[in-house]
Ligand binder design. Sequence first.
Ligand SMILES: CC1=C(CCC(=O)O)c2cc3nc(cc4[nH]c(cc5[nH]c(cc1n2)c(C)c5CCC(=O)O)c(CCC(=O)O)c4C)C(CCC(=O)O)=C3C
Ligand SMILES: [Fe+2]
Length: 380
Amino acid sequence: MSDAQVSQVSAQPYDALLLLSFGGPEGPEDVVPFLENVTRGRGIPRERLAEVGQHYFLFGGVSPINEQNRELLEALRKDLAAAGVDLPVYWGNRNWAPYLVDTLRELAADGHRRVIVLCTSAYANYSGCRQYRENLAAALAQLADEGVTGLQVDKLRHFYNHPGFVEPMVDHTLTALQELPAELRAGARLAFTTHSIPTALADTSGAPDDPARGRPGGAYVAQHLEVARLVAERVAEATGVAERPWQLVYQSRSGAPHIPWLEPDICDHLAAEHADGAPAVVMVPIGFVSDHMEVKYDLDTQAREVAEGLGLPVARAATVGADPRFAAAVRDLVLERAATERGQRPVRCALGSLGPSHDLCPAGCCPALRGNAPAAAGLD
Ligand SMILES: CC1=C(CCC(=O)O)c2cc3nc(cc4[nH]c(cc5[nH]c(cc1n2)c(C)c5CCC(=O)O)c(CCC(=O)O)c4C)C(CCC(=O)O)=C3C
Ligand SMILES: [Fe+2]
């Protein structure tokens, strides 16, 4: 198709898309300063930090996350161009270069005004939602101090139940099942994993009027259970195994031991499944967007070692990563939000029963444990 044949699809009022992510070290000398950035003011025990530093050193001090975000950037640019959406894509991080504030400065210098932000966190919780909004507010405040003003940022809604996020995970779960010896596949159980967070943060995750707020684990757990169910149903359909047991479990716990975090841990769960006679387990990291360090170390290194010790065959499903269906989902969400901002009422795509998430975080959405900092892209 020539350029002339590509119809122009409007992302107005937005003039740029910003991929906002966690960031990770790119060499051994980056590891300690990176961990200092991540944990500033968060009360993580020193022993835990030293231990997590070792995870990175085991991989040459390089987190896979930056390379994965570069791949996602490419996938987004390719998808937008092919769809005729003229929207430049920028990238900034919370904890490592390219830092968010530098990217916002560049956006302003390039003449952009209205920026739509994709955070690489699919679910409602402080660390994946409000903390990014706080990062945006702090970066905008720093730029205002420098005399750089006029940027308006909006954040895309949570995408956990978008088919472009769920469907690649179904395929990846089927691929992981195929990696198991044929005679174990039908009996293999599914362990859906996500990042453990303090139960106090989980219980208050989501909007104050979210029905899940009143339940243990709040919107964070409710949304993960929904994705786990959606994936398990589609895997059942594809394999013809209707009664395959599955469970939502947790990984990557940090923080002081006396503070309750979501449980069970994947490693304890593998032991429990083994004791229960499970022939094999497929780990499906639905909580993460790419195969970054939490996946490569906590699942592929640590959990695998536990499974080997038990003699329990395991496989691990890949995350969504730069799958073209995910890139297309991001485009769908950007165009949907753009239409809403123009006063239209677009179709808001979502699988399952929880419905599409809110566009604008209401006051009190995903609060921090102690006192909220100023946050952008929401109603408080
Ligand atoms: C919910 C959630 C996600 C999933 C959603 C999302 O993707 O955003 C996530 C992702 C990630 N977490 C990451 C790394 C770390 N997280 C830490 C610490 C923490 N994470 C928390 C929560 C989450 N984290 C919490 C409640 C803490 C305690 C301290 C605090 O309240 O902030 C620490 C400190 C050391 C430790 O204690 O582990 C590190 C190094 C990386 C980068 C991996 C790479 O380099 O490839 C990624 C993508
Ligand atoms: Fe984390």
